[in-house]
Design a protein around this ligand. Structure first.
Ligand code: ADP
Length: 290
């Protein structure tokens, strides 16, 4: 890979065993992978497959049991990391969680977005410029003086994203950040994520259980049994419908439809991860048969 922003080598993680016996098995087991700078990677896996654990390891909320993680060329698992190194990693690697309400800290939108840079002692002129710029990036500039708790879920989540962006990260990990939103909120947040990736070049790692969202990524990683089961473009990964189903995962509905039509004898060759692609495939076949 030309320029891996993240490099993971032989990563294992095991939670301390509690009285219920949980944590006995390693959640991640000798996992290695690279993530290219500027890419958009979706991470899929059934509940408990270790997606959030991986996100927390990348953000140094957890420390690996064994293995190494490099971010932007620096080994973040190095025991000699100073407090300054940790702060610099956290600025570089933002995280957006599931519940927007848990991520908002102030009573006015612009104060909320300014919270991170203020804590870093950045001059107020620069903070003002950053706040306006990142609110505009997520399409929320007109809400700068609103109260966050009056906003919709999708709007709140976009404010949380703006708060992370105000730290000028190179990469953002979204941990099921659309899971609590209605379809409109999900679309607003997905549009914002896509823009940040495509227009600002921010590396995006998106944990999701919505296959239609994963279909928008450049690459999908499927975690299973502590390691990477599948790694490829959405088209390559969703081609493996039986394997995905065997680990409790689905494919987008439109992809499943094409697979069923193929099983029924229709010859449909080509990518089928979006509704547009599926419609095109079916039209092509119908035209050929006429
Ligand atoms: P996912 O995000 O894919 O749902 P997680 O990374 O949250 O998976 O969890 C992976 C496994 O680790 C699950 O079996 C879960 O029960 C276990 N686990 C998560 N957090 C803890 C913890 N704090 N202590 C013990 N076990 C945990």
């Amino acid at each position: 890979m030309s320029n891996p922003f993240i490099k993971i080598e032989g990563l294992s993680y095991r939670y301390d065993e509690d009285s219920s016996g949980m944590g006995k098995h390693p959640v991640l087991n000798d996992l290695s992978m690279e993530i290219e700078e500027g890419s958009f990677v979706a991470v899929l896996g059934h509940n408990g497959s270790g997606k959030s654990t991986l996100a927390k390891l990348l953000n140094m909320i957890l420390t690996p049991t064994s293995g190494k993680i490099f971010v932007d060329g620096k080994e973040i698992t190095d025991e000699a990391m100073t407090d300054e190194d940790v702060l610099s990693l956290r600025k570089n690697m933002g995280m957006v969680f599931q519940n927007p309400d848990n991520q908002l800290v102030a009573t006015i939108v612009e104060d909320d977005v300014a919270f991170g840079p203020e804590n870093l002692g950045i001059p107020s002129d620069e903070i003002r410029a950053r706040v306006n710029s990142v609110l505009s990036d997520v399409g929320m500039l007109e809400y700068a003086t609103h109260e966050p708790h009056r906003l919709s879920g999708g709007q709140k989540q976009r404010i949380a994203i703006a708060g992370v962006l105000a730290m000028l990260p190179k990469c953002i990990v979204f941990d099921e950040s659309t899971a609590m939103l209605d379809p409109i909120g999900r679309k607003e947040v997905m549009d914002a994520i896509l823009r940040l990736n495509r227009e600002k070049g921010i590396t995006v790692i998106m944990i999701t259980h919505y296959m239609e969202e994963a279909a928008l990524a450049d690459r999908i990683l499927v975690l299973h049994d502590g390691n990477v089961l599948l790694d490829g473009t959405p088209s390559e990964v969703f081609e493996q419908e039986p394997l995905l189903k065997s680990c409790g995962l689905n494919v987008p509905q439109c992809t499943s439809l094409i697979h069923q039509l193929r099983d029924a004898g229709m010859s449909l060759d080509g990518d089928c991860v979006s509704i547009e692609q599926c419609a095109e495939l079916i039209l092509q076949t119908l035209n050929k048969e006429r």
